[in-house]
Design a protein. Structure first.
Length: 110
């Protein structure tokens, strides 16, 4: 799913900062080098983070509510979460919708 979502995120990275958080499956310790290499190989843009024990994932999508381990968050200028794509592959049409949401957020007055 990350491989298919990476081009959509790369397009969005032209408009706004992208932070990708990797959730190793199963939850485990991974080296930063391995994560960087995997992200580079699929063209994942932006800053990378690792959620080794799935704390971030569990906070936003508890195990009983999730069928995917991927989420996409859209934050405003103040760092508030304004939209959450609940997972699965981020398809091009969804990326276009996020692009419009980003434009709308940039147009907001502080």
């Amino acid at each position: 799913m990350c491989t298919r979502s990476a081009p959509v995120l790369a397009d969005l990275a032209k408009k706004a900062a992208v932070v990708a958080v990797y959730h190793p499956k199963p939850p485990r310790d991974v080296t930063p080098e391995a994560v960087r290499e995997a992200a580079r190989a699929i063209g994942m843009p932006g800053t990378l983070g690792v959620d080794r024990d799935w704390k971030v994932l569990d906070r936003w999508k508890p195990p009983a509510e999730r069928s995917f381990t991927s989420l996409t968050f859209l934050l405003d200028k103040r760092g508030r979460v304004r939209f959450v794509h609940k997972g699965g592959t981020l398809e091009p049409a969804e990326g276009a919708d996020l692009g419009q949401r980003i434009d709308a957020l940039f147009a907001e007055r502080d």
